[in-house]
Design a protein around this ligand. Structure first.
Ligand code: CMP
Length: 139
């Protein structure tokens, strides 16, 4: 069935001018854009979005990083879009993410406490439903 996923261009990606490049790769793959909005995330939104990471050593730096500038929030749609976008994004660590992926082509280690890895993509149907409701409550 056609599904939807929540994609974020994180503040590092927006700052580096890569929002268009990420949108281009989503569209070039053949997924449909359902919603796109530049947002300044607050603590409540990020606490809900990253609830599963609360208590981990990178949690506070992660929330600070995600508040360091605007985030481009995207809902994309298509057959198998959830694993499909995660494949486009590449693995979490940009140093070793495969070339050809967003993180592998465009990301690197900047020596910071949090991995600045350009994008987020929902990891399951349940996460996608939860995250879309958080970032786009009117959808
Ligand atoms: P993402 O998978 O979108 O959501 C959790 C984020 O936390 C992840 O991207 C990285 O930005 C960051 N992260 C995950 N693991 C680590 C880690 N071991 N050290 C620093 N940052 C991390």
């Amino acid at each position: 069935a056609v599904s939807r996923t929540l994609i974020l261009v994180k503040p590092d990606g927006v700052r580096r001018g890569l929002s268009g490049e990420v949108l281009r790769r989503i569209e070039a793959k053949g997924y449909e854009l359902v919603a796109v909005e530049l947002k300044n995330a607050d603590d409540a939104l990020l606490a809900a979005h990253y609830a599963e990471h609360e208590g981990k050593p990178f949690y506070a730096p992660l929330v600070d990083f995600m508040k360091s500038g605007p985030v481009l929030a995207i809902v994309a749609q298509g057959q198998n879009v959830i694993p499909g976008f995660r494949s486009l994004a590449g693995t979490t660590d940009p140093t070793t993410a495969a070339p050809g992926t967003i993180r592998g082509d465009l990301g690197r280690d900047w020596g910071l406490k949090v991995q600045q890895n350009l994008v987020h993509g929902s990891d399951s149907d349940e996460s996608a439903a939860r995250e879309i409701a958080l970032w786009f409550p009117t959808l």
